[in-house]
Design a protein around this ligand. Structure first.
Ligand code: BES
Ligand code: ZN
Length: 644
């Protein structure tokens, strides 16, 4: 975005900024809202979302009612989406987002057919946006019913064969909505600023169970034609990317009074053991930034093709099984997804240009939860690993002047996915840490807690965030304003010099070991006593880029790295394997890439392989041919662009 368009955007939201800042907005939820019905932000002040065809100022969806049947043989969901519509009196049309949907009919609530058409996307529209569904609205229409079916290739959905599950007996289906994939399975207005409540009735084969990011009304299902049905209800307005479903042979085990875990039966005990601290995490999060407003907090541990570490679907975080390290060492991922219950799900990026408002806040908050539960040293190590990731992300983006190292991004004509790098996570978190250090933790926490209250259930933009910070934390302190350089952090590339970096004493000790090994010492002399997963990650991430085959063999043999069960340590090792063309490590690489589909692991490894001449490219093509059928579209579409 150019300077001048940014100023226009600023002007457009300034009224909202003031309302938010003074906490007088009629729609702002009160500080103790657990029983109050939350309101949504008024459409008039909504930032324009270039990744949606919707025109919410004219007519917007407020509620989605799904009635869908799962057909595993055809890889299709089919049925109806009944949409409650809030239209201006003179509005004659509502525009929905769709991609690869087969639209069969559109009627009003009484069944009377409405005129509709699938429009065309203007030139330069990224493919992922799909096409608008334009429905003519007779005056006074409050509700429309869209009868439709999804495509077997719907990008949000992965249909797993029994062989791709842990139990090997039943098929499995799951969805991934963020950023703009919900439109491939639900015809609605797929923009994070257009919050919607939802309910659903899902018919599945009688051996299977459905779960969703909503209150489960029928834990045991109820009789239905062709199987049995599960019903769900989400009474809080949420961004549509948070509507999520999974269907499979799914069992449940409670973890605490309001927490529990769903997964395939054979994974249940292992998952429950790994996640034993979840209830304590919810308590820690609440003690920091206010009440958890979603009722229950459960997790679903998915089959290994789940393309993310975790996804913060409300009430039901979706998680990769690669966090099951057997020693609870990777649970910061749960702290992260839980933190999204405030930053992201409660206060939501209005558009994908401000993805950092979701992920940067969450990465900061995640670290505070980890500190509270496991102490400052573990938190410092995690923050420091994040800082290393940030350095790598800046380099990958093209260096400190690259436009994509800004927090507020220009995604014009692009897939929002392109902006979803570690910059949003780690530069965002570092920014908040820098503010925290400048004003002191107590003052910062008070502000952050009140920010979540003031903007609960509303979309957020960089401009509104800055206005709120100025009105409620900085309060005209010119010296503080000068010191923080807020606009530089948000709108300029690179990492400002005032960045606060958390140092870790434990990592300083690891650094000494790295130096000794790099200078030619044997692996057996590396003092690894008492090392946690984070210290191993730091050790492997800090070794010289190039090592001799003898050094690599020594490391591998001494520490049994190729047989590592911890996914983060194995990933760090496999990057070394690839960058050094270490042939004995290739079987482990192949196994890792074909046994899980987490994009954060898979994409960097294929990218690194493609940089290793014929050796790496041939290997990448061979492994990818084998692995690709098992990946979710989110992962395969990213890897398709790399392995050619
Ligand atoms: N919301 C993200 C996942 C996501 C990001 C989905 C972008 C679609 C587009 C989730 O909260 C997340 O950040 N997951 C991370 C783990 C986290 C501990 C950093 C992941 O999947 O690696
Ligand atoms: Zn996240």
């Amino acid at each position: 975005m150019t300077r001048s368009t940014r100023l226009t955007a600023l002007a457009a939201v300034s009224a909202f900024a003031l309302l938010g800042a003074c906490a007088t907005a009629p729609t702002a939820a009160a500080p103790a809202p657990s029983t109050a019905t939350p309101a949504t932000a008024p459409a008039a002040v909504m930032a324009h979302d270039i990744h949606s065809f919707a025109r919410p100022d004219e007519a917007r969806v407020t509620h989605v009612g799904l009635d869908l049947t799962t057909d595993f043989a055809a890889k299709r969901l089919s049925g109806t989406a009944t949409l409650d519509v809030d239209a201006k009196p003179d509005a004659r049309m509502i525009v929905l987002d769709t991609k690869d949907l087969e639209i069969q009919s559109v009627t009003d609530a009484s069944g009377k057919p409405l005129q509709w058409r699938l429009g065309t996307a203007p030139q330069g529209t990224p493919e992922v946006m799909g096409v608008p569904l334009e429905v003519t609205l007779p005056a006074g229409t409050k509700r429309i019913v869209v009868r439709y079916a999804t495509s077997p290739n719907a990008a949000a959905l992965q249909w797993l064969t029994p062989a791709q599950t842990a139990g090997k007996k039943y098929p499995y289906l799951f969805s991934q909505g963020e950023a703009i994939l919900t439109r491939t399975w639900i015809p609605t207005q797929d923009s994070p600023g257009i919050r919607q409540t939802y309910d659903a009735r899902i018919v599945v084969p009688s051996e299977l169970k459905a779960v969703m990011s909503a209150e489960m009304l029928t834990p045991d299902g109820e009789p239905a034609e062709g199987g049995h049905a599960f019903r769900f209800h989400m009474d809080k307005p949420i961004a549509p990317y948070l509507i999520a479903i999974a269907v499979g042979d799914i069992a449940f085990k409670p973890l605490g009074a309001r927490t529990g875990v769903y997964t395939e039966p054979s994974m249940l005990d292992k998952s429950a053991w790994e996640l034993a601290d979840v209830e304590k995490m919810v308590e820690a999060a609440e003690s920091l930034y206010g009440p958890y407003r979603w009722g229950r907090y459960d997790l679903l541990v998915l089959p290994p093709s789940f393309p993310f570490g975790g996804m913060e679907n409300p009430r039901l975080t979706f998680a990769t099984p690669t966090i099951l390290a057997g020693d609870r060492s990777l649970v910061s991922l749960v702290a992260h997804e839980l933190a999204h219950s405030w930053s992201g799900n409660l206060v939501t990026n209005a558009t994908w240009a401000d993805f950092w408002l979701n992920e940067g806040f969450t990465t900061y908050f995640e670290n505070r939860i980890m500190e509270k539960l496991y102490g400052p040293e573990r938190a410092a190590m995690l923050a420091n690993l994040g800082w290393q990731d940030l350095q790598n992300a800046v380099a990958e983006a093209g260096g400190p002047n690259a436009p994509d190292t800004r927090l507020h991004l220009d995604l014009t004509g692009r897939d929002p996915d392109e902006g979803m790098t570690d910059i949003a996570y780690e530069k965002g978190a570092t920014f908040l840490r820098t503010i925290e250090e400048a004003v002191g933790r107590e003052r910062f926490d008070a502000w952050l807690r009140s920010y979540f209250d003031r903007h609960a259930f509303q979309p957020m933009t960089a401009e509104v965030f800055l206005a709120d910070l100025r009105a409620n934390l900085i309060k005209g302190d010119a010296a503080l304003e000068q010191k923080l350089q807020l606009d530089r952090w948000v709108y300029e590339p690179g990492i400002p010099e005032n960045a606060v970096v958390r140092q870790s004493d434990a990592f300083a000790r690891v650094d000494a070991q790295v130096q000794a090994f790099a200078a030619g010492g044997p692996a057996s002399k590396v003092n690894t006593a008492g090392w946690t997963t984070q210290e191993w990650q730091h050790f492997l991430g800090s070794l010289p880029a190039k090592m001799t085959p003898a050094q690599l063999a020594d490391l591998d043999k001494t520490f049994n790295l190729s047989n590592q069960g911890n996914s983060e340590i194995l990933f760090a090792w496999l990057k070394i394997v690839v960058n050094n063309r270490y042939q004995p490590g290739v079987p482990a690489l192949e196994k890792f890439l074909t046994s899980q589909g987490r994009r954060k692991f898979v994409l960097p490894l294929f990218t690194a392989l493609m940089k290793q001449g014929d050796w790496g490219q041939n290997l990448a093509r061979k492994i990818y041919a084998e692995a690709r059928p098992g990946y979710h579209p989110v992962t395969s579409q990213s890897v398709d662009a790399v392995v050619k």
